[in-house]
Ligand binder design. Structure first.
Ligand code: PGA
Length: 266
């Protein structure tokens, strides 16, 4: 794991944007794994800015989102499709036919839909860089604690904590879905690189467990310890419970020299 501790959320977003831009520039047909939630919003803002300045083209980019609510219309204001359109897709030159989310209507079998999503990712050549947030309970995507580390795209019932955390995004009388389709932990681990962003004190305990806790289904993000190219971009608040902060800061300075000479990716 490469742990990069930055001053604030703004720096986390611009750091993440550099990695994403780099993968888009380096690959002929880049495949990005995308996340929703509050954390990546400023990353998408930065990417839109790069695009508007003529510095980044999404022409050949394919995207796969981590998750989507079960049985939600794409046009629903609460769908993750709507989130992605509002924050990224509608503002860049991406072919929206090549933007995928793991959808499943009531009349569709979630197992069939999950397998089809896995197949689509494979057919696109696999994910080059997967963007992740982390839940206060250590979830990645909607892989809640107790999710199998070998899980694949499937339907999950959300925990009370996640429903509570996300309730801020719903109006008082608005229906809040309790189930979602999500890439599995094994699906996420298949990505060539994963880049997890975390900011704020409320993520500090989960971040500590992810980095220095045991690899356990009780903290799905801890599975990233088993990934060969995991980049963890966090601000000081999210890093505040790590006892190894000094080492991580120093190691990162050393790595930056290498990155400056050889670039971010192999
Ligand atoms: P957040 O969500 O970015 O809104 O904090 C992260 C997550 O739950 O994965």
């Amino acid at each position: 794991m490469q742990i990069i501790i930055l001053e604030n959320a703004e720096q986390v977003a611009s750091g993440a944007a550099q990695w994403v831009a780099e993968v888009i520039k380096q690959k002929t047909n880049p495949v990005l794994g995308l996340a929703t939630g509050s954390t990546p919003i400023s990353l998408y803002k930065q990417l839109v800015e790069y695009h508007q300045k003529g510095q980044l083209s999404f022409e050949n980019v394919t995207t796969f989102n981590l998750d989507e609510y079960h049985n939600i219309e794409a046009e629903n204001p609460q769908s993750y499709r709507t989130f992605m359109k509002q924050n990224l897709f509608d503002h860049v030159n991406i072919d929206q036919e090549k933007t995928y989310l793991p959808t499943c209507r009531n009349d569709q079998n979630p197992r069939v839909q999950g397998l089809a999503y896995e197949e689509q990712i494979k057919n696109a050549g696999g994910v080059d860089l997967q963007i992740l947030g982390i839940g206060a309970n250590g979830h990645i995507g909607f892989n809640e604690p107790t999710s199998s580390l070998a899980s694949r795209t499937r339907i999950k019932t959300l925990t009370k904590q996640t429903l509570q955390d996300n309730s801020r995004l719903f109006k008082k009388d608005e229906y809040q879905p309790t189930m979602a389709m999500t890439m599995g932990i094994a699906t996420i681990l298949d990505a060539r690189y994963v880049l997890l962003m975390a900011t704020g004190k409320n993520k500090a305990a989960a971040v500590k467990q992810m980095i220095t806790g045991p690899v356990t289904a009780m903290c799905p993000a801890s599975a990233l310890q088993m990934h060969e190219n995991a980049i963890i971009l966090i601000d000081k608040d999210a890093a505040s419970e790590l006892t190894e902060q000094e080492y991580f800061q120093w190691a990162n300075q050393e790595h930056q020299k290498i990155n400056q000479t050889f670039g971010l990716f192999i």
